[in-house]
Structures are given as C-alpha cells and as structure tokens.
Design a protein around this ligand. Structure first.
Ligand SMILES: Cc1cc2nc3c(=O)[nH]c(=O)nc-3n(C[C@H](O)[C@H](O)[C@H](O)COP(=O)(O)O)c2cc1C
Length: 357
C-alpha cells in the first residue's frame, strides 16, 4: 500500500486531498468482472495510468482488449474529475512504446472552470451502476437516443442503435450462440466463478447481489450469471422488457489505442445515460469471441468490429459493486515499469501482494 503523502501535494497543482478525490473518481469506473485493472503513479508533473495486467481475464480477455477498455473508462473519470477540480487535463495516450502497460500520462493544462456538462457527468460517477435487472417496458425516447449517440461522438466513437427488427433478431441469435460457447468452456466458467458470485467482504469482483434474475428463453441480452446460483425462471417469467434498446459502440482506431479510446467513449455514454435516468448493462459475450465479433461487425455494418454492445432502458435502482481503496491503486513513485506477466497466459493471483510491481 502506498500512501498519498506530502510529496504528492502539488501534483498538477492539486492538494493531497484533491489528488485522492480524482483517483477515487477514476477507481469508480466500470471494469470487466469488476477486476479494476488499473494502477496510478504520481510523478512531479503527471498522473500516470498503468494497466495492472495481473488482473487481466486470461480466458475471456486473452489479448487485453477489455482490460484496456476498463482503463479507458478510468481515464475518462480521471479527466472529468480533474476538469471539475479546475485543471484542464492534457492526456498523452500510450506515451512510451517501451512501456506497453503505461496507458496514459495526464498533465495539467491551464486552469479552467468546468463546463455544466462536465459538472453533470462527474456528479453521475457515484450514481452510475451496471443494471442487470429487467427494465421498464418503455421505449427509450428519441431525445435520449440522441444524447447517447452524441456522447459517443464527442469521444470519437459511433454508437449504432440497432433498431431494425431483422438485425436485432440476428444479434439475439449471436448473443445466444456466444453465451452457449462460453458456458461449454470450463476455463471460462472457472474464471467467471473466480470473479463473481461472492457474498463476503471482497473489494473487487461482481458480488452475487449485483446479479439479475435468470432470463427466460426469449431474453437473449442478460445471459451472464454473476450470482453463482441463478435458478432458471419459468419460461418468459423473468420479466425482462420486450423491446430493449440495443446499441453497438465502435471506434475508428485499431489496436491498444483504440481499446483505450473505446473505454473512454464507453464511460462517457454510461455517465450520459445516468444523467438522463437511463439504466445500462453491457453484453460482452458478443465481443469476446473473435468469430462472433466478426459476425457482429457484419450485422452492425461498420468497417471495424464493435468494442461493446449495450442494453439501455429505464430501470429501477440497483446495488453497487465494491471498489478497492485508493491507496491500493498507487504504484511507488519510482520502480520497474515493465510488467513481465503481460504476455503470460496465467495472470497470477491479483491478491498476492508479493507479486506487486
Ligand atoms: C469492458 C467491460 C465489459 C463488461 N461486460 C459486462 C458484461 O458482459 N455483463 C455485465 O453484466 N457487466 C459487464 N460489465 C460491467 C462490469 O461487470 C461492472 O462495471 C463491474 O462489475 C462494476 O460494477 P458497476 O458498473 O456497477 O460499478 C462490463 C464492464 C466493462 C468495462
């Protein structure tokens, strides 16, 4: 554990307490299986965001795409929290090719008061939650669709709302197929079990209480079971909405930079949804299996495969998932930057402190 002490004071012109607040906001970001795969290093002039590759999902995310997206979501929160603290963030993404786990370095630009939009988005950070429960049978309004698309656009991404019933049916079929493939993979199921369904005091992973009811046969969007013991509902009785809003998020950039930017766009979309009272859950099995992701690209019709598929609607409040304390997220000021476990299949046990960088 590294404490935020006097040396941190003055970083980007912020007090130690403000540094803690911006890091806490970053740590509230969504992450795949609530792995929270990020770490921060405070230098004299920057806050560095590093990927914590021991927290990569070796089976579901073997190439680290979702890990970098999760870190991108944390980066978006960090940008926002700095803006609201009066600091215009200057972000350098992937600043050093020799350090592939150094994802971003954030410095201070000129002092600038936050915009009303930034203030609204930052206030949504603690309220945003992944909602895996049924939503109301109410269509998402055109104005809200417009806001969601605009949020993606502001981050250089496209949010393609799949409204055509034929394309939606194809996506539903792909979703069911992808889910079945993952269910049949014992390594995937073991990994899911390791990160979800807990009832104890863990500070990461998806707790059982954050899971939703089991879907019926005609509910193809909320298939992943985080509860550990989800009992099948009688056919069609889980109460999932008949007409969910399903949308695919795509960025124009390839590779790790694209993954990071997709995470930033994802978080802007999720916070915008929260500001407008919309509930969201990701449907990631559609992007985790390469052939399915390619079929998804063909259905959506873009040049690049989507990074995320999201289900939106009007929901009811749900409980949140835990987060690690800020002190656990800090890297020492100086130390080895490269992470030898990055290319290994087994990411190791993230709770084993002897393996910290
Ligand atoms: C890249 C990414 C992929 C995700 N995929 C799924 C998913 O397929 N199903 C799901 O229910 N939640 C998914 N989530 C949501 C996470 O499980 C959630 O963010 C995490 O458990 C923390 O909970 P919170 O979002 O309520 O704060 C995903 C999140 C991210 C960032």
């Amino acid at each position: 554990m590294v404490e935020i002490t006097t040396p941190a004071r003055g970083i980007l012109g912020l007090s130690a307490e403000q540094v803690r607040q911006v890091l806490s906001a970053a740590g509230r970001a969504p992450s795949v299986h609530n792995t929270q795969p990020w770490r921060f290093r405070l230098t004299e002039s920057a806050i560095e965001l590093h990927a914590d590759s021991r927290r990569r999902l070796a089976v579901a995310d073997s190439d680290g795409v979702e890990l970098r997206m999760s870190c991108g979501a944390a980066l978006f929160n960090l940008r926002l929290a700095l803006a609201v603290a009066g600091v215009r963030p200057i972000v350098q993404r992937l600043p050093d090719p020799r350090q592939p786990t150094l994802l971003a370095s954030v410095r201070a630009g000129s002092a600038k008061p936050p915009t009303p939009e930034e203030a609204a988005l930052v206030s949504a950070i603690p309220r945003r939650r992944t909602n895996r429960r049924p939503f109301a049978d109410e269509r998402v309004s055109p104005a809200h669709r417009h806001e969601l698309r605009g949020a993606a656009h502001r981050e250089g991404a496209v949010l393609d709302i799949v409204a055509d019933p034929g394309r939606l049916a194809k996506l539903a079929e792909l979703s069911t197929r992808a889910h079945r493939r993952q269910l049949a993979d014992p390594r995937f199921m073991a990994e899911l079990g390791k990160w979800s369904g807990g009832t104890g005091p863990r500070v990461d992973g998806v707790p059982a209480r954050a899971g939703g009811p089991a879907p019926g046969p005609r509910d193809p969007w909320v298939l992943r079971d985080f509860t550990g013991d989800r009992r099948p509902e009688p056919a069609g009785h889980a109460g999932f909405e008949c007409d969910p809003l399903i949308a695919a998020l795509t960025v124009y950039t390839a590779g790790p930079l694209g993954d990071l930017k997709a995470g930033e766009a994802l978080q802007r979309v999720l916070l915008t949804a929260t500001v407008h009272g919309l509930a969201v859950s990701p449907v990631s099995h559609l992007v985790e299996i390469p052939e399915i992701r390619e079929s998804l690209r063909q259905v959506v019709g873009g040049r690049r495969p989507p990074h995320a598929v999201l289900r939106f609607g009007y929901g009811w409040p749900v409980v949140g998932s835990p987060r690690r304390p800020v002190e656990d997220l800090l890297l020492p000021e100086a130390g080895p930057a490269a992470d030898p476990s990055w290319h290994r299949d087994d990411p190791g046990d993230p709770h084993d402190r002897s393996r910290l960088w």
